[in-house]
Design a protein around this ligand. Structure first.
Ligand code: MTE
Ligand code: MO
Length: 521
C-alpha cells in the first residue's frame, strides 16, 4: 500500500497527457456502461438514471417544441427526447469518468511497484464517482449501484495487463480501447435483456403481500375471471373478420405518457385521497377498493394528440369500481376537480364528468399493467384520453377551473372526444376490395358508418354488433368491385342521435383532429 501514497505524492507532479485518445474513448464506454447498468436494475422506471434527465428536458422544453414533436413527429418526438436524455446521461458519466481517469493518470511514469495500486484504483474510483453521480440524480440505491458497478467493470477492464501508471504507448492505448469496448459489448447485451424485461428490481413494487388485498388478488377471484372471460368471448364473437384490423378488444393498447419511464407505486402503500372543497376529506387504500364488488366495463380511449387516422385509439375491458360512492362520502362543495397522479401529471375538468367515472385496477383480465397505471387509474366516459389519469393518487375538488399539465401547454383535451371513422384495413376478398376500420363517438355512440367511393353517394357500411357500455367503439367494413383502378374511399360516422361526423378538417392541436378520413385504395 506504500505505493499508493507514493502515487499520491506524485499527483500533480506531471504534465497530463490529457485529451489522450484512449482516456476519452474509455470514458465514453464507461458512460454508456453506466446508463446500461442502471437500466439492467431499474428498467424504464423513474430510478433509471435517464429518467430525471428526460423529465428535465420535458420541463424545460418550450411548449411549441413539444407540440411540434407530438403533432408532427408523433412517437418519434418522444424517441428523440429519450435519445437526447440517454446521450446527456452517458455524456455526463463520461465526463465524470474522464476527470477521474485524468487525475489518476497524472501520476505519469509511476514506479513499477505503484502500478498495480493505480490499476486497482481505476475501477474503484471511477465506479464510485459514477455511483455517487447516479445517486445524486435518482436517489435510487439499486439503479445507482448498477451504474457504478457497470462503470467500474468497464473502466477496470481497460486496465488489465496495461501499465496504468505509465504513459501510454500506442499499443497500450489500443489495448485499453479494445478491452473496455469488449467489456461494454458483453455487459451491454446482458443489461439490455435485463432492462427490457423491466429491470432486476422492477417487480419488487408489485410483490405479493399476503396480508393485504392487491389488484392481482381481486383479478384472480373466480367471479372476476369468469366475468372477464365472458366479455372477452363476446368481444371476440362480435369482432368483424377483416384481415389487418384490430379486434374489438385491442391486442396492443396505445400508450401516451408525459415521461418515457413508468412509475412504480406499490398497491400496498397506494392511497387515493379526495381533498379540497369537500365536507369530509377522504382517503382510500386498495383494501377499501377491493371491498367493493368488482365491475367490468368496456371502454375506449382516444388521445387528443393523435392524427385523424392515427393509432392512439383503443378499447379494453376494464375491471374496477365506480367512483360515485367514494365522492359521495367526501361530499364535494365545488364544481371542478384537479386529478393528480404519481408521475407529476395533473388534469382539471368539471366535477360533473367525474361523477359517472370508474376506478380501474384490471385490464383485459390482468391486474392493470404498470404502463397503464398500476395500481389504479381513472376512466372518465366520453372524454379524451388525457382525462383518464393513470397512477391516480389525489382528487382535489375546486371552486374554479384550473389548468392541468396539457392545458398549461395550450391543449384543450379535457372535453368530449371528436367523432371519427378510421380506415385501417384494405384487402382484396374474392375479387372485391374490402376496407374497414373503427368508429368512435364517445358517449354519443356510433349508429352507422357511411362510405363514399370517388365522391359517389354515401353507402352504409356493415357495423359490428355493439358491445355493452356507454363509451365503446365499433368496427365497420365495406366491399366494392375491383376494376383495377385507384379509388378514393371516404368514411364518416353517424352518431346515435343522427348527427353526422363533421367534415371540417383540423389538426390535432389544440382540441383534437376532425374531418373525414379518406384513403386511396
Ligand atoms: N398519470 C398520467 N396519466 C395519464 C397520462 C400521463 O402521462 N400520466 N397520459 C394521459 C393521456 S394524454 C392519455 S391519451 C391516456 C393514455 O392512456 P394509456 O397510456 O393507458 O393508453 O392516459 C392519460 N393519463
Ligand atoms: Mo392523450
Amino acid at each position: 500500500m506504500g505505493g499508493l501514497s507514493d502515487v499520491a505524492g506524485r499527483i500533480g507532479g506531471y504534465v497530463p497527457g490529457w485529451l489522450d485518445r484512449a482516456t476519452v474513448v474509455q470514458s465514453a464506454f464507461v458512460g454508456i456502461a453506466a446508463v446500461l447498468g442502471s437500466y439492467a436494475v431499474a428498467g424504464f422506471t423513474p430510478a433509471f438514471v435517464v429518467a430525471p434527465v428526460e423529465s428535465f428536458l420535458v420541463v424545460w422544453m418550450p411548449g411549441i417544441v413539444i407540440r411540434y414533436a407530438i403533432t408532427v413527429l408523433g412517437d418519434l418526438g418522444k424517441d428523440l427526447n429519450l435519445l437526447t436524455a440517454v446521450g446527456l446521461a452517458a455524456g455526463g458519466f463520461a465526463v465524470v469518468t474522464f476527470t477521474v481517469l485524468t487525475l489518476i493518470r497524472r501520476s505519469g511514469d509511476a514506479p513499477p511497484e505503484a502500478d498495480s495500486a493505480i490499476t486497482a484504483a481505476v475501477p474503484l474510483v471511477t465506479g464510485g464517482a459514477v455511483l455517487a453521480t447516479a445517486f445524486a440524480l435518482t436517489g435510487g440505491v439499486g439503479s445507482s449501484l448498477g451504474a457504478g458497478i457497470a462503470a467500474g467493470v468497464v473502466s477496470g477492464a481497460a486496465e488489465i495487463g496495461v501499465g496504468t501508471g505509465r504513459r501510454d504507448t500506442d499499443r497500450s492505448s489500443r489495448r485499453r480501447i479494445l478491452q473496455s469496448g469488449g467489456a461494454l459489448a458483453l455487459g451491454g447485451a446482458v443489461a439490455g435483456v435485463l432492462g427490457s424485461r423491466g429491470g432486476l428490481a422492477s417487480n419488487a413494487a408489485i410483490e405479493r403481500n399476503p396480508n393485504v388485498t392487491q389488484p392481482a388478488d381481486v383479478m384472480e377471484r373466480s367471479e372476476v375471471t369468469d366475468g372477464v372471460e365472458n366479455r372477452l368471448a363476446e368481444a371476440s364473437d362480435k369482432s368483424l373478420d377483416v384481415e389487418g384490423m384490430e379486434p374489438l378488444v385491442s391486442e396492443k393498447f396505445y400508450r401516451t405518457d408525459i415521461n418515457n419511464t413508468v412509475p412504480t407505486p406499490s398497491a400496498v402503500d397506494w392511497e387515493l385521497s379526495i381533498t379540497g372543497a369537500v365536507q369530509f376529506e377522504q382517503s382510500y387504500d386498495f383494501e377499501n377498493l377491493g371491498s367493493f364488488d368488482p365491475q367490468h366495463r368496456f371502454m375506449s380511449l382516444r388521445c387528443v394528440g393523435e392524427s385523424r387516422n392515427g393509432d392512439k385509439m383503443d378499447n379494453a375491458i376494464w375491471t374496477g369500481v365506480p367512483i360515485g360512492p367514494l365522492l359521495n362520502e367526501a361530499n364535494p362543495r365545488g364544481d371542478f376537480v384537479m386529478v393528480h397522479a404519481v408521475d407529476g401529471y395533473s388534469v382539471g375538468f368539471p366535477l360533473e364528468a367525474l361523477e359517472g367515472s370508474f376506478l380501474a385496477y384490471g385490464m383485459n383480465g390482468e391486474r392493470l399493467p404498470r404502463k397503464h397505471g398500476y395500481p389504479v387509474r381513472l376512466l372518465v366516459p366520453g372524454h379524451w384520453g388525457e382525462v383518464n389519469a393513470k397512477w391516480i393518487e389525489e382528487i382535489e375538488i375546486q371552486n374554479e377551473e384550473e389548468k392541468g399539465y396539457w392545458e398549461k401547454k395550450g391543449w384543450q383535451g379535457t372535453g368530449p372526444v371528436n367523432t371519427v371513422a378510421k380506415i385501417k384495413a384494405e384487402n382484396r376478398v374474392d375479387g372485391r376490395i374490402q376496407v374497414g376500420g373503427q368508429a368512435y363517438a364517445g358517449t354519443r355512440g356510433v349508429s352507422e358508418v357511411q362510405v363514399s367511393i370517388d365522391g359517389g353517394e354515401w353507402q352504409d357500411a356493415t357495423l359490428s354488433d355493439p358491445l355493452p357500455g356507454q363509451d365503446v367503439w365499433r368496427q365497420w367494413k365495406y366491399e366494392f368491385d375491383d376494376d383495377g383502378a385507384d379509388h378514393e374511399v371516404v368514411a364518416r360516422a353517424i352518431e346515435n342521435d343522427g348527427d353526422v361526423q363533421p367534415d371540417e378538417e383540423t389538426g390535432s392541436f389544440p382540441s383534437g383532429a376532425s374531418g373525414w378520413v379518406s384513403r386511396t385504395v
